[in-house]
Design a protein around this ligand. Structure first.
Ligand SMILES: [Zn+2]
Length: 295
């Protein structure tokens, strides 16, 4: 790995049952899904300290429904203007994805208005694509709005980042989403990431040629240990991990912490680097706007 020769000396730390050699400054990773507008500056500092080389922020639900298209206009301005500047203060490149979240897709008329203003922002230098779109409760209105987003992404040749529903709705919702994407001939699966996969959905996503994201939440979605189980079963191709840190219970350092757990379980440095750095860089680099200061 380039630059590894200049790393800080190896430190022996006690970790779990055994002793583990840790090279703190050797780890590098991408946070491919972090809702940084909800986080404080200490989170940026911690992420950069842990080796974060870029953060990508999909548009998200605010925890309450925004009441008008103007609320979304301001949010998109925040994601494309203010947040990259805030991240830059910590030396961290910040990229974003735009959409109206499936949690706010019941009002189809409002969703159509919001989708109508997205093109104004798509050519901005840090916008990677359309996301996180998808389904929440698998309703008809959510499906309509999903199809509208997919159409916009196809017309503008955008990458797509997809949110899949929680718990018992996840399997059905993931099937519905894959059907929509596979049913549109303009969409290439290698340009879509299906996020929040779990043990029962990752296979169908990878088999269909899409990328899959594992979201490391302390309580729901995927724990670090389960994510590593999935990697050990399915391999690391077209797979990444993210923290999806937002305004709820979530851990901005979930990716590097899971990387430490991978080391403990015997994964070598190259395999870890591939999963947490090279894979997201490979996917994101399909958008020419994704550039890192030091690769
Ligand atoms: Zn998210």
């Amino acid at each position: 790995m380039q630059g590894r020769e200049n790393c800080a000396p190896v430190t022996m730390l006690s970790f779990g049952r055994g002793r583990l050699s840790i090279e703190p400054s050797a780890m590098r990773y991408i946070e491919p899904h972090g809702h940084m507008v909800s986080r404080v500056t200490d989170d940026y500092l911690d992420m950069v300290t842990a080796g974060c080389a870029a953060v990508c922020e999909p548009a998200f639900w605010a925890g309450f429904d925004r009441g008008s298209v103007d609320g979304f206009f301001d949010y998109f301005a925040q994601l494309t203007e203010h947040e990259p500047k805030r991240a830059a203060k910590f030396g961290l490149p910040h990229f974003t994805w735009l959409c109206i979240n499936p949690k706010e897709s019941e009002d189809v008329a409002l969703a159509a208005e919001v989708i109508g203003i997205i093109p104004k922002f798509l050519d901005r230098p840090t916008v990677l694509g359309i996301g996180e779109i998808g389904l929440n409760k698998n309703s008809r209105n959510e499906m309509k709005v999903l199809e509208m987003h997919v159409d916009l992404a196809a017309r503008r040749n955008q990458l797509i980042l997809v949110h899949t529903p929680h718990l018992e709705d996840k399997l059905k919702g993931t099937r519905l989403i894959l059907d929509v994407l596979k049913g549109d001939r303009r969409i290439r699966p290698e340009r879509c990431i299906i996020d929040h996969v779990e043990e029962h959905t990752v296979g169908m996503v990878l088999d269909a040629g899409f990328w899959a994201g594992m979201t490391l939440y302390p309580e729901t979605k995927c724990t670090g240990a389960r994510a590593i189980d999935i990697v050990e079963k399915y391999g690391a191709e077209r797979l990444w991990m993210n923290s999806a840190c937002d305004w709820g219970v979530s851990v901005p350092l979930a990716v590097p912490r899971t990387a430490l757990e991978m080391r403990r379980r015997g994964h070598d440095a190259e395999a870890i680097d591939r999963l947490i750095y090279q894979n997201p860089v490979q996917f994101m680099s399909q958008c020419p706007k994704f550039k890192l200061a030091q690769v």
